[in-house]
Design a protein around this ligand. Structure first.
Ligand code: SF4
Ligand code: F3S
Length: 105
């Protein structure tokens, strides 16, 4: 099992999660982060850091699309290890549920 970043992160990217990860397994794209499943040690410390509850344990992911997406994008996206400002549109999109179509790869 690994932890997975899901839909709520899209167009928010608060990045509170990256500061606490002991093994630097977050990867950054234009408007979404993913967790590298090959590095994640399942410590769960990142979960409560996300203001929009985007990070879930693999066995609780309701749609395997997100598990597969994290694994696929983690291969090419660069590592992010330091928190930065959220996206300018984060406040506007934090309560939006249907954001999959807005993902930029
Ligand atoms: Fe990093 Fe732990 Fe979160 Fe995995 S569960 S991404 S190792 S903080
Ligand atoms: Fe995304 Fe939440 Fe991290 S919005 S960048 S998973 S803190």
């Amino acid at each position: 099992m690994t932890f997975v970043v899901t839909e709520s992160c899209i167009k928010c990217k608060y990045t509170d999660c990256v500061d606490v990860c002991p093994v630097d397994c977050f990867k950054e794209g234009p408007n979404f982060l993913v967790i590298d499943p090959d590095n994640c040690i399942d410590c769960a410390v990142c979960v409560p850091e996300c203001p929009v509850d985007a990070i879930v344990p693999g066995h609780e992911v309701k749609d395997e699309f997100w598990t597969d997406l994290n694994a696929r994008l983690a291969v090419g996206w660069p590592v992010i290890t330091k928190k930065k400002s959220p996206l300018p549109e984060a406040e506007e999109f934090k309560a939006v549920k249907d954001k999959r179509h807005l993902l930029e790869e």
